[in-house]
Design a binder for this molecule. Structure first.
Ligand SMILES: CC(=O)OP(=O)(O)O
Length: 603
């Protein structure tokens, strides 16, 4: 009988990863993951091991890869501390629904259950974050379990964990076709489709409503043109969730932007006055605040039935893929006459955009975040990728990043873990070496992961790091300010990030005056064009952006009144709308009620 070919189990696992199109694996070594490291060395021509400097960065980079590409991200860590460090990134994948595989080391089987060095039972720890969570028991099953883990991660849009006792990866096993990747052709899984009756019922509800609004999430996928057509046809303003930023054109005048705190004024005002909210593929973590401020009818359209009713009681629901719903709605609907509410909403948004533009124009004095965004917009290429860290930069990116269709922004949205920016940028640059990549981060978030500037240096990744430093956790400061408490625990020591960057082999630039900004950003472009990473540390002021979420509505003597929330007045003293706007250099902004009156919208 002919002797079977053999392969090391760890190498067989790598071949499975390769068959699924995995090109990069992010991680950090440890004794208990050596067989996986060995397999990565054997397969180094086909798969790149990216050595990050902290397992949390590796896990977040895997998440960043999945967010930027839609394909599975892969990370690894050793038993014990390495495994624990992965958790942060894995929770981010779970919360934002992206496929990630974590390969976790374990001590050799002969030492398991003897309270061996760094050994602990890892399965319970990952049981909440992972949908698929297995310990490999035999060398022969290693490639199978990894193949299954990838399939599960894609199916669940979530996390799979495979724990591998270290000895297993070194064992020679029969070399047979392990991967099922070839069985997963590019054909999309069948998607649920709205019926004619369902769409007709919704169109009747829209006819009965006076102030309908679409709330659109990342479930819109690449259907923005259809959405815009429908919004215009039915005269309905569109509010988006954070994950839909860039998926609905910033320049579409019916796009009101994001809502709640990280919001545009128009989005919050439209939500505050709507009588019908139609959520389309939207996950909204602030539903408990925003959806409960007044009575409205609520319709949810989602391709996942398990998501129905999670944000608001349902008046109606449609189980459908967003594209299929939009096709049917376009087919079955008629062009509506100009709606006064839609006109008022669009003008309110135009007003808001003009305000944002005016803020970005300052050219001297202490730099503010607005001018930083003006410069980012100026140098950003048409297909730039933005990895934005948690904090005020989320609010500011939603407001000031003027995204073009070919650009993409990724964030840690629901889990909102500080330190996402740099790992997300590392992964984006590896996935798209030809594209311009930004890491936009505050001083707090950046200093949680800044050791990985070394990774940019090691792999010559020409990422543009924009660090906004104000020696405060400003996002938290605003929350403390609104609670009438003293600011405590949120001042952070200033650091010379320019020098830190230089010491780690990354070109550093520091900006202390707005007039230095254009030259600094030009220098950043020149540096990255030469293939080198760069960091611009801008020492911004602690100025707070206008908290539009404080704008509220009530009926008084049969008339709609817009006012500043009681909570804000309690914390900051009572003020009129005019005083509130003046506080934030926004005297030219008009309340939404002005436009509602102008267009004769009745309540
Ligand atoms: C978390 C936080 O408050 O960060 P920033 O200072 O960037 O707003």
């Amino acid at each position: 009988m002919q002797k079977q070919q053999t392969v090391e189990a760890g190498v067989a696992m790598m071949k499975v990863l390769e068959s699924w199109g995995v090109k990069h694996v992010y991680g950090y070594p440890g004794g208990s993951i050596s067989s996986t490291l060995h397999a990565l060395e054997v397969e180094k021509e086909n798969i790149t091991y990216v050595q990050v400097r902290h397992e949390q960065v590796g896990a977040l980079a895997a998440v960043g890869h999945a967010k930027a590409t839609g394909k599975i991200g892969v990370t690894f860590g050793s038993a014990g501390p390495g495994a624990v460090n992965l958790l942060n990134g894995l929770y981010d994948a779970k919360e934002d629904n992206v496929p990630v595989l974590a390969i976790v080391g374990q001590v050799p089987r002969s030492n398991m259950n003897y309270d061996y060095f760094q050994e602990f039972p890892e399965t319970p720890m990952f049981s909440d974050v992972a949908d698929y969570n297995r310990v490999v028991m035999t060398p022969e099953s290693l490639p199978y379990v990894v193949d299954k883990a990838i399939r599960e991660a894609y199916k669940n849009n979530g996390v799979s964990v495979v724990v591998i006792p270290n000895d297993i990866g070194f064992v020679e096993i029969e070399d047979v076709p392990f991967s099922s990747a070839q069985l997963t052709d590019e054909k999309a899984a069948p998607q649920p489709e709205a019926t004619d009756e369902e769409v007709k019922h919704l169109l009747d509800m829209i006819k009965d409503a006076k102030r309908p609004v679409f709330h659109v999430g990342s479930g819109i996928k690449d259907n923005q043109d259809k959405l815009q057509k429908l919004a215009e046809k039915l005269q309905i303003p569109v509010v988006i969730t954070g994950l839909a930023k860039g998926k609905v054109d910033d320049h579409f005048e019916g796009n009101m932007g994001t809502s709640n705190r990280a919001a545009s004024k128009a989005a919050d005002e439209v939500f505050g006055t709507a009588d019908l909210v139609i959520a389309l593929g939207a996950n909204f973590p602030f539903a408990n605040l925003v959806y409960r401020t007044h009575e409205f009818k609520f319709v949810q359209i989602d391709n996942d039935k398990s998501k129905f009713g999670r944000h608001h009681y349902l008046d109606f629901s449609i189980w459908s893929d967003s594209g299929k719903f939009l096709d049917k709605a376009l087919e079955l609907s008629e062009q509506q006459p100009e709606s006064a509410y839609y006109q008022a909403a669009k003008e309110d948004m135009k007003d808001w955009r003009a305000y944002l533009d005016s803020l970005m124009n300052k050219t001297e004095g202490a730099p503010e975040y607005e001018e930083v965004y003006r410069e980012i917009n100026r140098i950003a290429e048409d297909d730039a990728l933005f990895s934005v860290d948690v904090g005020d930069n989320i609010i500011n990116s939603f407001r000031f990043l003027d995204m073009k269709r070919g650009q993409k922004m990724t964030i840690s949205a629901l889990f909102a873990t500080m330190g996402y920016g740099l790992p997300g940028a590392i992964a984006a640059q590896f996935a798209y070496p030809e594209r311009q990549v930004f890491n936009i981060a505050g001083d707090g978030a950046f200093s949680m992961v800044m050791q990985d500037l070394l990774t940019l240096n090691k792999y010559n990744l020409p990422v543009i790091n924009v660090i906004t430093s104000n020696q405060y956790l400003s996002f938290i400061k605003s929350e403390q300010d609104d609670l009438t408490m003293n600011n405590f625990g949120i001042d952070i020591k200033d650091a010379k990030f320019k020098d830190i960057a230089e010491a780690m082999g990354v070109h550093g630039i520091e900006v202390n005056d707005a007039k230095e900004l254009p030259a600094a950003f030009d220098e950043a472009v020149a540096t990255t064009k030469a293939g080198k990473p760069v960091l611009i540390d801008v020492n911004i002021t602690g100025k707070r952006g206008i908290p539009v979420e404080e704008l509220q509505f009530k009926m008084e003597d049969g008339k709609l009144v817009e006012y500043i929330s009681d909570g804000y007045q309690l914390a900051h003293g009572s003020r009129t709308m005019d005083e509130f706007f003046a506080e934030y250099d926004a005297s030219e902004l008009k309340p939404f009620t002005y436009y509602l009156d102008k267009y004769g919208v009745k309540f």
